[in-house]
Design a protein. Sequence first.
Length: 287
Amino acid sequence: MTRPFSLVQHFASVALLGLAVCSPARAATDEAAAAKLPDAVRSAGKLNVTISLAYPPMEYSDAGSSDLKGFDIDLAKAIADRLGLKADFQNVEFPQLIPQVVTGRSDLIMTAFSDKVQRQTQLDFIDYFKTGNVFYTAVDLKDQIKTEADLCGKTIAVATGTSWVTWAEELSKSTCAADSQMNVIQIPTQAEHIMQIRQGRAQASIIGLEGLLDLMKQEPGKFYQIGAVGEINHYGIALAKPNTQLREAILAALNTMKADGTYAGILDRYGLKEAGVEDFTINGAKK
């Protein structure tokens, strides 16, 4: 997914260092993983994690609070714990994520950040989360809309300026007859998309897999997924190319967390079980 820049600007206009995080009890240090850490990180005693608010359920904070929440936040804290470190979060605007890491101001990016081949020229990724595009709509339409083909001739509300617009238009061309194309309308926010559906002005919308899972958790029984997940890709923990020692330490910690159920437990906490990966892969993106 390509986040709408206006959303990033709204929530991340100011860099915040040392953001407050509500932490659970520390897990036992994974000594084998911690032994792989670079001396500088071990001596500092902290893992500097760059994020870009806000994108629930991955990283967000409640109105009026500086406490960070979300899957990425909890997983980053768990990784730091396993390495005997403290997670220190730095919030920046989305375009500043890569500069923050390649200049050494931060150790890693962990913020619903897609592993892409063009980004691999500067960064190494540990792919830890499966995502993709999904159509969804209100359960009232379940008898009328069962497959993507049933969306032909229907109106689809899509977030303004995102890659979802192109995906919907291309899928319409490949799925629908020339005289029955999907009517893709661009509207800024998810709340507005849902309003369009409820008012009958649109029949469906598009969202990232994790966004739909979160919506279905927050409003159970009100929405459903149409068709399969499209354009499957992965979010990755991104590190500067030279930082191979830290990359291997984090990978080792993740593998231990997967083996003992910690990774699955954090996924379940946010209703994201379907987005879990079978294996943590280095630079898995091929396009």
